[in-house]
Design a protein around this ligand. Sequence first.
Ligand SMILES: [Fe+2]
Length: 268
Amino acid sequence: MYQLNVTVKPVENCVYLVPLGDIHYGSWEFTEYSQEKLQGYINWIMAHDNAYTFLMGDILNCSTITSPGKPYQEKVDSSSQFIWAMNTFSPLAEANKILGIIKGNHEEQLEKSVGSKLNRSKEIAVALGIPYCGVDAYVMMNIQLPGTAKRTYYIYLAHGSGGGRKRGSKINRLSDMELICDADVYVCGHMHDVLPYRKDKWSPVKGRLVRRKVAFTISGSFLDYAPPPNEPAEGYGAQKMYEPICVGAPRIRLECDPKRQKDIHISI
Ligand SMILES: [Fe+2]
């Protein structure tokens, strides 16, 4: 996994991380509603000095003739998808609000189809000047407290794979992230849902056991499986009879009151 060390400043004793992933720009199911919702999140992050994002993969739909969704089912061609990503995420990148980007299976399918390293996620990273992390990332987020003190949150993010269609199996897949590494927050993409949960855990810290909060969430999606009823459905989700899902992302709030221990809240 790719390790990232970032230092950020809090506002009112907290920092926000809003992971953005499974946008699937280019898909028939990335609708006007999806664009509106995505822009809402971007505007919110831009408006808050203590808000950051991480790009979770499947940013672009990247259909190929050998992938399950076909290029003729897309609204936008591959080059235009890349240009959209530049236009959409440049303001966030210029404001140093994107911690990094991981690759999704949709960007991967483009590589598989041409048989070479045509890595759209890496191209986005280089063009935006943000870290490219491969398929997963371990972010050590150091939050600057008054004086020289810092509070560090450990966040493990992966695009992930599998998970199935049912919520129980998605939660099982998400909770498996804890088998890979220790962290305070686990964020998984791919499953096109949000589903946050939190648990307590005893951990040894400096010779004593401490109750620690650990939070998990799927990073959401911007596919709109409930498109306008006046448009004939053409998309992959409709074909597969996927249920309409929540379009959006979770907001992870990392508390850093110097008088209190670490605490995490996730809102959806
Ligand atoms: Fe996806």
